[in-house]
Design a protein around this ligand. Structure first.
Ligand code: ZN
Length: 265
């Protein structure tokens, strides 16, 4: 079996400088992995939806996995099915490639302690510089369970929408964490998983741009209308960039990225 480089996405070159990262090349239909299948960590947020679209342009078949981890609202889970259905309608090829969706309950994470994502508390910064929305071990657990599922399903490629450019400082979103996890998962499961992180070096502005490159304005509209990012689960206030409270850190990053995307389009 061919060995692939660690955590490197072959279709989206990893930029090393800011100016390089802004000059993203247009997406071309990628055929390298057309015979292979993939599993996307899909939360129905903007980032994972963009990653799912990327996977659908890259792999022959794509499954999705999501988690209930005791989050304070179930908006993400409610968005899930309609969003997948719209995505299928967007492109007949994507519809053929999009396979099973899996949702697992790992709500034991919420029992381990209070966080701004699992309890109805004010979102604020902690003394360690991280927002209280950080759920320790959450993304690591997602990757472990995703890899266990991928193992059972005979899937080698795992895609996660983590990013360390416009992010809240979560240490489990960093490139080094993902590389270390890939190594640990491959050693621990005697496997050859490849963890792809197409958004790792993109700003939120560039993530909006990537969704347009992958699926045109239709995909951008889907991201606006149907994805959910807001930490407190607000689906009643509508903004040009989508639904949300407009003030939590997740809304803030999404809104600023959308402004930059619109103003440079
Ligand atoms: Zn919000």
């Amino acid at each position: 079996m061919n060995k692939l480089p660690l955590s490197r996405n072959p279709t989206i070159r990893t930029p090393t400088t800011l100016s390089e990262s802004i000059a993203l090349e247009p997406i071309r239909e990628e055929t390298t992995f057309r015979q292979e299948n993939a599993l996307v960590l899909f939360s129905s947020g903007q980032d994972s939806t963009t990653c799912l679209a990327w996977a659908l342009t890259t792999f022959g078949s794509v499954e999705t996995v999501g988690f209930y981890y005791g989050q304070r609202h179930d908006v993400e889970l409610k968005c899930r099915d309609p969003l997948l259905s719209t995505l299928r309608n967007l492109n007949p090829e994507w519809s053929k490639r999009l396979g099973d969706d899996h949702v697992f309950d790992i709500s034991v994470l919420a029992q381990l302690g209070d966080t701004g994502l699992t309890q109805d508390v004010e979102i604020k910064m902690e003394k360690n510089g991280l927002p209280n929305t950080f759920v320790p071990g959450r993304n690591l657990a997602f990757l472990v369970f995703s890899a266990a599922l991928a193992y059972r399903r005979g899937i080698r490629h795992i895609i996660a929408g983590v990013c360390e450019t416009d992010f809240s400082g979560y240490p489990d979103c960093r490139d080094n964490t993902i590389k270390a996890m890939q190594l640990a998962l491959n050693l621990g499961m005697e496997s050859n998983f490849v963890l792809h992180t197409p958004l790792m070096w993109l700003t939120k502005h560039e993530t909006w741009k990537l969704s347009e490159q992958l699926g045109g304005k239709s995909l951008v509209n889907l991201v606006i209308e149907q994805t959910h990012t807001c930490y407190i689960g607000n689906r009643t206030e509508k903004h040009p960039w989508g639904y949300g409270c407009g003030t939590c850190p997740a809304c803030d990053i999404r809104a600023k990225g959308f402004d930059a995307y619109i103003n440079t389009a």
